[in-house]
Design a protein around this ligand. Structure first.
Ligand code: UGA
Length: 440
């Protein structure tokens, strides 16, 4: 089938590439000419494991095309996925102008039936707004459908997730839309055996916000428990293990740490709260999720300050700038909180990240970046771990200690065992466990 995907960010590009890999003919549209030119040269605008191979293979096979022209995309396919950004505005509200523009431009250019599918994360009942916009801008009385097909991909494992989803959710209100979407997803459903859920459009839209908010809540819950652990002498690793083995709870998303980040959870929790307030049901539970998340960063900062007393002129090595391992994305990353705070306190920073430093540097030029972890820790008064990169766990700890001025580790990701660290001569602070003091 011919498919158009508008927007070549994480969701759009991964979806377009996946659709082409399962045999569809795909045109990916973006109004950013530079991005389109890059993609035509087979250069990826984002880092996502396995993405470049799939894109290269399908472009060569003639199944994947890129264009900056929405008219071309509208003519190309009966089904058009909207995967443009909905970034937060200064008010905290999601900016829906890109979604609206796609609806308007498709309506102005279509000459026969089109199915417009919301893939971007949108608040419930966005489909109604989209329908109104389409109707306003259509030149003739051409039939169209709106559907919702939220995306549950995780950055870093997006390709794997796309071929092996936990479920596929589609919100539809006509047989024609149902038939088209089923045909698109049939190869993935057949191969992976995943559940394929058809529901009304509002339910599909809501499923996405409810899923992300629930996951964020799970993280904030375990982070709250971690604070109780610190006060009472319990160990969050052991508690989370014990809790997670209950099949009704499950072990995932119970890693306590410096708080969730990324382009999705913070924005989606915020949007869900706003939506609740607007429709007259206050989601106070999620306001608490946000408060706990912010307090995790502040708490680690306080511990660092207490450990070093004065931060001015202290050398802090920061391990990890990305919001999680496996991605170069720094949006809402803990590093965006710590770096300005430490600079304000006149600390000297040495920064390391295997792939995110380019993106971080765009907004933080003039800082000292290192390719090598050991070099980054050279002469440091403390190391601050902010991302769960596997390279950090593989470090030669004896060498690390020799390289640092003071063997102090502030670990926002609980990568090491406190007792081992104390045995190696480190003062080791992490989240939800007793601080380990260097054994000399
Ligand atoms: C998240 C969801 O997991 C995807 O299902 C969803 O499709 C995506 O948002 C989206 O809406 O597009 P992602 O933002 O890629 O995916 O990242 P996650 O792996 O969910 O991690 C989010 C944050 O939570 C990271 O900062 C991570 O470090 C943190 N986290 C995760 C914890 O602090 N503890 C955990 O136990 C798990």
């Amino acid at each position: 089938m011919n498919i158009t995907v508008v927007g070549t960010g994480y969701v759009g590009l991964v979806s377009g590439a996946t659709f082409s890999e399962i045999g569809h003919n795909v045109m990916c549209i973006d109004n950013d000419d530079k991005k389109v030119a890059m993609l035509k040269r087979l250069e990826m605008p984002i880092y996502e494991e396995g993405l470049d191979e799939i894109v290269r293979k399908n472009v060569k096979a003639g199944r994947l095309h890129f264009s900056n022209c929405i008219k071309e995309g509208t003519e190309f396919a009966e089904v058009i996925f909207i995967a443009v950004g909905t970034p937060p505005m200064s008010t905290g509200e999601a900016n829906m102008s890109y979604v609206e523009r796609v609806g308007r431009e498709v309506a102005e250019n279509m000459t026969s039936y089109r199915l417009l599918v919301e893939k971007s994360t949108v608040i419930v009942n966005t489909n109604e707004q989209l329908k109104r916009t389409m109707t306003k801008y259509l030149k003739n009385d051409i039939p169209f459908d709106i559907a919702s097909n939220p995306e549950f991909l995780r950055e870093g494992t997006a390709i794997k997730d796309a071929f092996n989803p936990d479920r596929i959710v589609v919100g539809i209100e006509s047989n024609r839309a149902a038939r088209l979407l089923k045909e698109i997803y049939e190869p993935i459903v057949k191969k992976s055996g995943c559940p394929y859920l058809e529901m009304n459009i509002a339910s599909a839209e809501l499923t996405k916000h409810a899923s992300n908010s629930f996951l964020a809540m799970k993280i904030s819950f375990i982070n709250a428990v971690s604070r109780i652990c610190e006060i009472t002498g319990a160990d969050i690793g052991q508690v989370a293990h014990g809790v997670g083995l209950d099949k009704r709870i499950g072990p995932q998303f119970l890693s306590a740490g410096v708080g969730y980040g990324g382009s999705c959870f913070p924005k989606d929790v915020d949007a869900f709260i706003r939506m609740g307030d607007e429709c007259g049901y206050s989601l106070n539970i999620l306001k608490e999720v946000q408060r706990i998340n912010a307090s995790q960063r502040e708490h680690l900062m306080r511990k660092l300050q207490q450990e070093l007393w004065v931060l001015e002129d202290k050398t802090i090595a920061i391990f990890g700038l990305a919001f999680k391992a496996g991605t170069d994305d720094v949006r809402e990353s803990p590093s965006l909180y710590f770096v300005p705070k430490l600079l304000e306190k006149k600390a000297k920073l040495r920064l390391w990240d295997p792939i995110a430093k380019g993106k971080f540097d765009q907004d933080h030029p003039g800082l000292h970046y290192f390719d090598n972890l050991m070099e980054c820790a050279d002469g440091a008064d403390a190391v601050l771990i902010l991302t769960d990169w596997p390279e950090i766990k593989q470090l030669d700890l004896d060498q690390l200690k020799k390289n640092m001025k003071c063997p102090i580790i502030m670990d926002g990701r609980n990568l090491f065992d406190p007792k081992t660290m104390a045995g190696k001569g480190f003062t080791y602070h992490c989240i939800g466990k007793k601080q380990a003091v260097a054994m000399k």
